[in-house]
Design a protein around this ligand. Structure first.
Ligand code: FE2
Length: 432
């Protein structure tokens, strides 16, 4: 058989070592030890980690890299961010959005991201973001799967033309129905918006992903409505609650009722650790709430949880570098997911779990999956989160599409303290 690529001596995310992966015609065709064959390219992984690509299940590509235009977010709050985005929307062009999004996609691909679910604001009668990101989706398809969510940023009921714009954007090819019930004028309007949007998704056979209860309000209840509408409409497994930060502040007794309802509805959950820890708890003095939803408890209930990045250099967040390991690192700390099993799970939250949430086909490292992979300069998934290391090779359908040189190999050794020498860490120590 003619192989396009063979990766030799890989460590897999499940801990298997010394594995060879052979690829042909864009697919993984063999995963076993000791593949001795010719290929167009052979890469020696040298025992380092090979993972399926990182998946970012929650992002805002229409706003990314817009930091400082037209001005900075002075308070750093979510609400000023929304107001600032409202100032930028009317003055940016379709070309501006495409140019920024394409730059971001280049960065994301080099960081090993293979798929992004991006919300796109449809509260703009010109639907500039939709037009731009549909174009970007097509342009980046050979390198990156981009899934779009019709997101009524200003509220599907609160904004006078959002309902119509949402339908138009779905007709234009946007993939997923979004929402923001906690931003509607009243709790009742929010609940009605959840019902309305889930019914649209059911009629059109689409998935749902709502910004839901993104506040510190312990009495926000939209995720309960989302779970109930999911069950009522038979949408189990197709509906995601993003953020759910209010769950952090809810009464424990109520949560003990809520989580089983979410599990029953097979609701998916996407916390956005970097953004949640940055934006929530802003009305608190001390103690200050963390604002990340209850990840350990949701995980224990069997609910699929994936971590999203949400924002990079935009009106809400002025940092970020498309590194899903930064996201996993923060989610791990804020959720106190410190056991070995929990740390390894955090890697799944930015890979397999998020792929499941997005409904990606052919994702994984088994025979028959798409030959999409990342070779990391780390020995296992926990070390990858600890170091957030170089992506030595990013592979898409059996072809290397990005390479990064290794650095400081002696820093990349885990559980081998006897090999550490202070001289290795001296300034200007040379790469070997
Ligand atoms: Fe978001």
């Amino acid at each position: 058989m003619n192989f396009d690529l063979i990766l030799k001596n890989a460590t897999l995310p499940d801990g298997q070592t010394g594995v060879d992966i052979a690829c042909a015609d864009g697919l993984i065709v063999a995963v076993e030890r000791g593949i001795h064959a010719e290929a167009k390219e052979i890469i020696d992984a040298e025992g380092q980690l090979v993972s399926p690509p990182f998946i970012d299940p929650h992002f805002h590509m229409d706003a990314t890299l817009s930091l400082g235009t037209p001005r900075m977010n002075v308070s750093g709050t979510l609400l000023e961010g929304i107001a600032l985005w409202g100032e930028l929307k009317p003055v940016q062009s379709v070309e501006d959005i495409i140019e920024r999004a394409m730059r971001y996609c280049d960065l994301a691909i080099s960081m090993g991201i293979g798929a992004i679910r991006s919300h796109v604001d449809i509260c703009d009668d010109a639907l500039k973001g939709v037009e731009a990101l549909l174009d970007v989706r097509k342009q980046v398809a050979p390198y990156l799967d981009l899934q779009l969510v019709a997101f009524p940023q200003d509220g599907v009921f609160r904004d006078p033309t959002a309902k119509e714009n949402l339908m138009r954007s779905l007709d234009m090819g946007v993939d997923v129905v979004g929402g923001i019930p906690h931003f509607e004028r009243t709790m009742q309007d929010g609940a009605d918006s959840v019902k309305f949007l889930c019914e649209i998704a059911a009629e059109r056979g689409l998935m749902v992903d709502m910004h839901c209860d993104e506040s510190d309000d312990p009495l926000s209840r939209h995720v309960e409505t989302l779970a109930n509408e999911t069950r009522r409409l038979g949408l189990e497994g197709r509906v995601t609650g993003s953020h759910l930060t209010s769950m952090h502040s809810m009464d424990n007794y109520y949560v003990s009722k809520l989580i089983p309802l979410m599990a029953e509805a097979e609701l998916r959950v996407i916390p956005n650790p970097l953004i949640n820890i940055m934006l929530q708890g802003r009305h608190d003095t001390y103690p200050k709430r963390r604002g990340q939803t209850r990840v350990p408890e949701l995980k224990a209930a069997g609910i699929t949880v994936g971590f999203g990045s949400d924002c990079v250099m935009d009106p809400w967040y002025s940092l970020g570098k498309a590194d899903m390991l930064d996201v996993a690192h923060m989610g791990l700390h804020v959720g106190q997911l410190s056991s070995r099993a929990d740390m390894a799970w955090c890697f799944e939250a930015v890979t397999t779990n998020s792929a499941k949430i997005m409904g990606l086909k052919g994702y994984g490292l088994e025979k028959g999956c798409k030959a999409n992979m990342v070779l990391l300069q780390a020995s296992n998934t926990i070390e990858a989160i600890r170091l957030r290391p170089n992506r030595l090779a990013v592979i898409r359908e059996g072809v290397v599409i990005s390479r990064t040189s290794p650095n400081h190999p002696k820093l990349f050794m885990e559980n081998r303290p006897d090999t550490l020498n202070p001289a290795d860490y001296a300034p200007n120590s040379s790469d070997t």
